[in-house]
Design a protein around this ligand. Structure first.
Ligand code: INI
Length: 154
């Protein structure tokens, strides 16, 4: 029996992060959590590329560019879609989650979903490092593990 797992050693991995500016107070914390975790996993700062986009809707497009460039071992997308009072929420959250799922299924490189979808800013802050962990940190861990798993398979 062969069991495949990705290790959490980030040495020599090149990681792209796409992060949205909408709800920046939240997404900045997600980014900080992700970068700190990548460094803890021994990813070199010079091997991390960060692209800012206007909102979560733009994340799948830029993630696709990163994936197709052939320059990265994994791409992480970070964003915060907050329901508030706008019906826009459903369109944006559906578009980003289905866009990223589609890209991830292509299997070129791991595409890691670090987008918060919450009812309130408080809930988003809680998941961006305040009370309930940091989804950016979780996304970085998943990126390193999946990048190493992909390497084992190819
Ligand atoms: N973008 C977000 O990242 N989060 C949101 O909560 C949000 N809401 O609610 O509207 C949002 N909208 C902007 C959208 O992502 C695009 O940037 C915009 O529509 C331009 O394409």
């Amino acid at each position: 029996m062969e069991i495949l797992e990705g290790c959490l050693d980030g040495q020599n991995l090149k990681i792209a992060i796409a992060v949205s500016r909408f709800n920046e107070v939240v997404t900045k914390s997600l980014l900080e959590g992700a970068v700190a975790q990548l460094k803890r996993a021994a990813v070199s700062e010079s091997d991390i590329t960060v692209a800012w986009v206007p909102g979560a809707f733009e994340l799948p497009g830029i993630a696709a560019r990163f994936a197709k460039s052939g320059e990265f071992d994994a791409v992480i997308v970070l964003g915060a879609v907050i329901r508030g009072t706008t019906p826009h929420f459903d369109h944006v959250s559906n578009a980003v989650s289905s866009g990223i799922a589609h890209l991830a299924r292509e299997g070129k490189i791991p595409v890691i979903f670090g987008v918060l979808t919450t009812d309130t800013v408080e809930q988003a802050m809680d998941r961006a490092g305040l009370k309930c962990g940091n989804k950016g940190t979780d996304a970085a861990l998943a990126a390193v593990e999946m990048a190493n798993l992909h390497k084992r398979i190819s």
